[in-house]
Design a protein around this ligand. Structure first.
Ligand code: G6P
Ligand code: MG
Length: 249
């Protein structure tokens, strides 16, 4: 079942969610088992900042390394690291470094940061997964949607395990299966491939500008949450995670 969506740049409000634009595309829509019309067949979630809040751990780990190297680092710089791979994050931090590092030193420092980060992740548990997020994910599954993770992190599977979500998602595309991190669309295109769906059949949920840009480039619709809302780039802006349920019908 498909329907042609008419191009419009008009912003309008529906169910309390702002639609910035409607894609100039032929969207494939479908009906689920309960006969409900679904706009998407799959949802791809960024992990850090969407499903859970590991940003604070990334900040603490990078801060410890930056302090050791005498590099100025604050929360504002940390925000630029969202969705960006570990090595690219180090390069951003090194913008404030008066000196140069060899490739091996960079490898060693990024590993050092990761060891600090992983020690902090040990404290994560299923109690770090909010009820709202879990209930919404369960409802989306109930509605027949396929769910995937699309994260630049190489620690994504460990984080999911810590949250009690091991084996929960239909597909995981993460830092271990990509060459380029967001804003390159590779991580989301791989997630679509793993789900067996086309980009047009999927919605991406993101808290980072780099992630929204990746989804736009990849040809998926996007739902922004958290700070990503201020970019005004996304198809939908979510005030809260459960608003997602209003975007899919
Ligand atoms: C996510 C986070 C980034 C982080 C990246 C790599 O995208 O938003 O801040 O740099 O993952 O994480 P990793 O766990 O592989 O160091
Ligand atoms: Mg994120």
């Amino acid at each position: 079942m498909s329907n042609r969506q008419i191009s419009t740049k008009q912003q309008h409000k529906q169910y309390g969610i702002f639609y910035h634009s409607v894609n100039l595309s032929i969207m494939t829509s479908s009906f689920n088992k309960k006969g409900l019309h679904m706009k998407y067949k799959g949802i791809i979630f960024d992990l850090d900042g969407v499903i859970c809040h590991t940003d604070k751990y990334h900040y603490l780990a990078w801060k410890q390394l930056a302090d050791k190297l005498g590099i100025y680092f604050d929360e504002k710089i940390n925000n630029r690291l969202r969705g960006v791979s570990r090595m690219d994050s180090l390069e951003i931090i090194l913008e404030n470094y008066n000196g140069s590092l060899t490739a091996t030193e960079k490898e060693n420092y990024s590993e050092e940061k990761n060891n600090i980060y992983k020690r902090l992740l040990e404290d994560m548990s299923p109690s770090d997964l909010s009820k709202e997020v879990k209930d919404t994910l369960d409802q989306l599954k109930e509605d027949g949607l396929k769910l995937a993770i699309g994260s630049s992190s190489k620690n994504a599977r460990y984080i999911l395990e810590q949250l009690g979500l091991e084996g929960y998602f239909d597909a995981i595309s993460d830092g271990n299966n990509i060459e380029k991190s967001k804003p390159d669309p590779e991580v989301f295109l791989k997630a679509c491939e793993y789900l067996g769906l086309s980009p047009k059949e999927c919605l991406v949920v993101e808290d980072a500008k780099s992630g929204l840009e990746a989804a736009i480039e990849g040809g998926m619709d996007q739902a922004a949450i958290g700070d990503a809302v201020y970019t005004q780039l996304a198809t939908y802006d979510l005030a809260t995670f459960s608003d997602l349920l209003k975007c899919i019908r």
